[in-house]
Design a protein around this ligand. Structure first.
Ligand code: PGA
Length: 678
């Protein structure tokens, strides 16, 4: 690829990644901040309904369901984008979602139904203009991702998509429902535990106050016009509305709107906040919608306060008739004062909720679902809460999500690998083959073959069994074996088809005895009889042409292993003799890895060493014939394999059995190895 093209390709991919990550992280942030405070979203939705003059179009429960759904969709889209799950589907959905949200923010920008769209709950406040610009950027990213999603990588395998989706849905539902039932885990509002309300209302000396310009819309003869206080027109104009615009930034204290009055309208704010003792405030924006379940607990807290000379009062924005109803139904004996509904909803996200104050400082906040209980002798100090850092709480939530996710991912990967190996291992043929070498005269050989046959008849093997005998035994042993239990093989065959080759035995002759297998490439033949890869290639061809299956041996010497050349050596042996075979021919090949230093020496390769080599050999088969063929190829280990170590060796995922020399000469030992598959 030309340099400039690869560079532009890099930019293209980088752009796609950036778009995906910007979208993902923004959606995750807005999903999580909303899930932390679902009631905040409900209140925001209510503001929209009030703007459209349909305040009770949707019930509180329906609004809660919408809030939970909204944060779940955002969170899941963020997760899908981040991990690259269902990229095409996600790219469409993201574009539709962000497109809709952009329209909403355009509407908010033009008509100002709310002063802050509530995208990030109370964690980050954006003006309507900022929100719209943010959404335009996101819309750009969504369009980019829509057309580039295929170039971005998946961070997790397809097999995990379902698991991560399910886990993420459950996680976000749990977080949002928990925060809805109790209070938000992180409190981004000005009435956080630890805040001193009077102090939070102060403007520091010398701080510049913000300046606003107020303009008025008036109408005359169907013509609307904007006026300021300086050119306010005469009474022939009809007043329509007022607009307040910030013209100069200044210091705005965190709390500006906390104000309490009694039924007669007397302002009690200062006197209440001046109280230096403990105060409990029961907060209920609307008594009509308040949860009445904890009424007894509330009254008990009031009694406790009376006993200890602490103040207890309720703050509400309810109508007088609702207040009367509340008193009637709950037997409330505490004073009830009035405060702005939005302020009360901001103070505590529960109806009713409870706030403990001391000298104007907030010491604790409770949802109506878990009000504190205080027995007579118990000090109020025992219920004081610590105001935790919001950032720390957010990080904790992220960790609570990530740690189990990582655990699930790893466990799944581990399980899939295990299953993968198990599956393929069960699919592949397992074989235990004996190689008698130049042992046993004919009579002993016949006896051994009979004994093996009888033993396996009495106790059926769980794997394929082959005995490879010297040529002279073949014809006599063949009729003695039950072929469904034990197959017969030769230890060698000639590299010529037939003719004047004194002393040689051809593949055709081997087959004619009733044998089905032949061992080729054994290290003893390579070493003592100088069989080269070329000679072996001929033998392989002839064996296959005569319908024999081949147990093809490969393996390195001690020197080669010490020089760390084992991979190279076995690969060359395979390349030289069998890797030219067609896939069809390959079906008749069984490989046997036999490290020469372990043959007949009593020195076995450790199970891990053997597994490492067999896995490597399988990977070279995969390169040649593809993964599926490699997974079906039977590969044996040979070299001092005995009943005592067979089980450990055969337990390895890539070891499909053994080629047994010394231990195949005694029926009991051979059976012991065969039984390692049981
Ligand atoms: P061994 O021989 O089991 O006696 O080590 C294995 C073989 O050469 O096939």
């Amino acid at each position: 690829m030309p340099r400039s093209r690869s560079k532009s390709n890099l930019y293209y991919q980088g752009g796609a990644w950036a778009a995906r990550m910007i979208l993902s992280l923004t959606l995750l942030l807005s999903g999580v901040t909303k899930a932390i405070d679902p009631k905040g979203t409900v209140y925001k939705l209510q503001d929209y309904l009030i703007y459209f003059d349909v305040p009770s179009l949707l019930s509180q429960d329906m609004l809660t369901a919408i809030a939970v759904m909204l944060c779940s969709v955002e969170f899941l889209l963020g997760i899908y984008l981040f991990f690259g799950i269902r990229r095409r589907f996600t790219s469409y959905l993201t574009l539709i979602f962000i497109g809709l949200m952009t329209l909403v923010t355009l509407f908010i920008l033009i008509w100002h139904p709310v002063s802050d769209c509530g995208c990030f709950g109370d964690a980050i406040h954006l003006t309507n203009g900022q929100t719209f610009v943010k959404n335009l950027v996101l819309l750009g990213c969504a369009i980019v991702y829509r057309y580039t999603y295929a170039t971005t990588h998946k961070l997790i395998g397809v097999s995990l998509h379902w698991l991560v989706s399910m886990y993420s849905i459950l996680f976000i539902l749990f977080v949002s429902l928990y925060n809805n039932y109790y209070l938000p885990l992180a409190d981004f509002r000005p009435y956080k535990v630890g805040v001193n309300i009077p102090k939070a209302m102060l403007i520091p000396e010398g701080a510049a106050e913000p300046e606003y310009e107020t303009t008025f819309w008036l109408e005359k003869n169907g013509r609307r016009q904007r006026f300021t206080i300086d050119n306010y027109p005469d009474s022939t104009w009809t007043y329509i509305s007022t607009e307040k615009k910030l013209v100069k930034e200044g210091y705005v204290p965190p709390i500006t709107d906390f104000s309490v009055c009694d039924t007669l309208g007397n302002d009690l704010t200062d006197s209440l906040l001046a109280d230096t003792g403990y105060t409990m405030m029961l907060i209920s924006p609307t008594f009509d919608q308040a949860n009445r379940v904890p009424v007894d607990e509330i009254n008990a807290l009031n009694d406790y306060c009376l006993d200890h000379k602490y103040r207890f009062y309720a703050l509400t924005a309810s109508s007088m008739s609702s207040v009367d109803k509340w008193i009637y139904y709950t037997g409330a004996e505490y004073p009830i004062y009035f405060c702005d509904a939005t302020v009360l909803k901001t103070m505590v996200r529960s109806n009713p909720g409870l706030i403990l104050l001391h000298g104007g400082t907030i010491l604790g906040k409770w949802s109506g679902h878990d009000l504190p209980t205080l027995s007579d002798g118990q000090s109020v100090k025992s219920i004081i809460q610590d105001g935790d850092n919001n950032l720390r709480i957010l990080l904790k939530i992220i960790l609570y999500y990530l740690i189990p996710l990582l655990f699930i991912t790893f466990a799944n990967k581990f399980w899939m690998n295990h299953k993968h190996h198990l599956n393929h291992k069960t699919m592949r043929q397992k074989i235990v083959a004996g190689n008698w070498k130049m042992n046993m005269n004919l009579q002993d050989g016949i006896n051994l073959a009979k004994e093996i046959n009888e033993t396996l008849k009495a106790d059926k093997p769980n794997c394929g069994v082959v005995i490879c005998t010297p040529f002279i035994h073949l014809a006599s042993v063949a009729p003695l074996l039950d072929k469904s239990l034990v197959k017969l093989g030769a230890e060698n065959c000639a590299d010529k088809a037939k003719g004047a080759y004194t002393g040689e035995v051809s593949a055709e002759m081997v087959k004619s005895t009733g044998a089905d297998y032949v061992i080729l490439g054994h290290s003893e033949r390579r070493q003592y009889y100088h069989e080269t890869p070329e000679i072996l290639k001929e033998k392989v061809q002839l064996a296959l042409q005569n319908g024999l299956k081949i147990i093809f041996c490969i393996g390195e010497t001690l020197e080669e292993r010490e020089a760390n050349k084992q991979n190279e050596v076995v690969k060359a042996e395979l390349d030289g003799s069998v890797y030219g075979l067609s896939a069809e021919e390959w079906k008749n090949i069984v490989l046997a890895y036999e490290p020469i230093w372990a043959i007949g020496t009593g020195k076995t390769a450790t199970a891990d060493q053997a597994e490492e080599m067999l896995a490597y050999i399988r990977s070279t088969v995969a390169e040649k014939y593809g993964k599926a063929v490699a997974e079906e190829t039977t590969i044996l280990y040979g070299g001092s394999c005995k009943p005592s170590n067979a089980k450990e060796l055969f337990a390895k995922p890539d070891i499909d059995g053994g080629l047994i020399g010394g231990a195949s000469l005694k029926a009991a030992d051979f059976k012991g190895i065969i039984d390692a598959w049981k």
